[in-house]
Design a protein around this ligand. Structure first.
Ligand code: AMP
Ligand code: GLY
Length: 423
């Protein structure tokens, strides 16, 4: 069958690589893709948010399944548009995608279904938010309710910092409309893990666990980014904890979304904080995580296209996935200056040599072709991912590959997966 994959990040390169291995696949198109995805299919120059353009392309190319990578088009209703056109699409409807796109909606679903999460308040004006924050003397977290590319959350140990964060979001409008509403919540202490599951509206199939590193600096310091690296599995998630997460978080979320009239299909990603009191939900995402997808898909032995079709057709109960027991580690190489300002267009060297290492994949994210060169074209440039016999071994292999690659201003954290190694 012909498949259209929507997106252009490291996540989509990993998905394209995996989809290309499917026996069911005839032709793979990626909109807009990147130089990495071009090795596994045909890139087409359509923006991820050009919903009409995507649907009209799919009609012309006899696309049997559209797979949506990023959250923006999902929240914009791209899946509804494909379905209206009679084309299967993998991902939640626009209504269901509000679980990520509107953190106030997510909190409402959590409260209505007794899903464990931080105590929170929702504000739609700065004066009330300011008054509330001023009344607090513990550490608090301020979040823009809308989509902010993973950068809309401020964890503030001092209430004074929370006031500054609320002002930036609501008065300076640094996230535009996404910051018209904010959530102010208690800071939770513990270790984080990402739990991703396939959901077909009623059945839930949990994938192998993973953990990303959101902060730019080593030791999880500095501002948050889209993610600077990830590993899978996350040893913090024991079997007992996973049972609890499924029972207390995933099942009530899927049931609650059904009762709300926003049936959930696609990938449900729960960001979890494992606190002393048990697992708590930090956030929901409605898609594969980036960069968690890179190590997760390196470990998936089954056909990704098969399971995605099963999700769309409501037959996930018949699916069993096979996983490589070996851990995988992904190290993100970013442009110098990211998540602040950075320059594009730096020539990347060593890609072919690094890609030849055993059990290593160099997934492209912010890259572009320039003549015969591949150059940087974004904050997160590459996701260098390796499988190893242990997490320490996977980490060593990933950094061996990283050290072969160079471009001006290249930055990466050197401590990816240390949390798992030292666990
Ligand atoms: P979110 O996008 O809501 O997952 O937040 C991004 C990151 O901020 C999370 O991965 C956590 O590291 C941190 N965070 C969010 N909410 C809280 C909280 N209530 N307590 C502590 N850290 C949090
Ligand atoms: N890695 C976090 C995310 O994809 O949102």
């Amino acid at each position: 069958m012909n498949v259209l994959l929507v997106g252009s990040g490291g996540r989509e390169h990993a998905m394209a690589w995996k989809l290309a291995q499917s026996k069911k696949l005839k032709k793979l198109y990626i909109a807009p893709g990147n130089p990495g995805t071009a090795r596994h299919g045909t890139n087409v120059d359509i923006d991820v948010n050009d919903i009409e353009g995507l649907v009209s392309f799919a009609k012309g190319k006899d696309i049997a399944l559209a797979i949506i990578g990023p959250e923006d088009p999902l929240a914009g209703g791209v899946v509804d548009a494909f379905e209206t056109a009679g084309i299967k699409a993998f991902g939640p409807s626009g209504g269901a995608a509000q679980l990520e796109a509107d953190k106030a909606f997510a909190k409402q679903i959590m409260h209505a279904n007794s899903i464990p999460t931080a105590e929170s308040r929702v504000f739609d004006n700065y004066a009330d938010a300011k008054k509330y924050i001023a009344s607090r003397d513990e550490a608090i977290v301020v979040k823009a309710a809308g989509l902010a590319k993973g950068k809309g959350v401020y964890v503030c140990d001092e209430p004074a910092d929370a006031l500054i964060a609320a002002e930036k979001i609501m008065v300076d409008n640094i996230f535009g409309k996404a910051g018209e509403i904010i959530i102010v919540e208690d800071k939770l202490l513990g270790q984080e893990a990402s739990i991703l599951a396939f959901v077909d509206g009623k059945n839930i199939y949990v994938m192998e666990t993973s953990q990303d590193h959101k902060a730019i600096g080593e030791g999880d310091t500095g501002p948050n980014t889209g993610g600077m690296g990830a590993y899978s599995p996350a040893p913090i998630i024991t079997e007992k904890l996973m049972d609890q997460i499924v029972k207390e978080i995933l099942v009530p979320t899927v049931d609650g979304m059904n009762r709300n009239g926003t049936v959930y299909r696609g990938i449900l990603y729960a960001g979890i904080m494992v606190t002393q009191g048990g697992p708590r939900t930090l956030e929901f995402n409605v898609r594969f995580g980036d960069p968690e997808t890179q190590p997760i898909l390196m470990r998936l032995k089954s056909d990704l296209l098969d399971v995605m079709l099963a999700v769309c057709e409501g037959r996930l109960d018949g699916v069993t996935l096979k996983w490589d027991p070996r851990p995988a580690v992904c190290v993100v190489m970013s442009s110098g200056g990211y998540p602040g300002d950075y320059e594009n267009g730096k020539v990347i060297n060593g890609l072919d040599e690094a890609g030849k290492l055993n059990d290593v994949m160099v997934f492209h994210a912010g890259t572009a072709n320039k003549g015969s060169d591949i150059v940087t074209a974004g904050g997160r440039v590459l996701g260098v991912t390796a499988l190893g016999d242990t997490i320490a071994d996977a980490k060593k292999k990933a950094y061996q590959a990283v050290d072969i690659i160079s471009f001006e201003g290249a930055y990466c954290r050197r401590d990816i997966a240390d949390k798992a190694i030292n666990a």
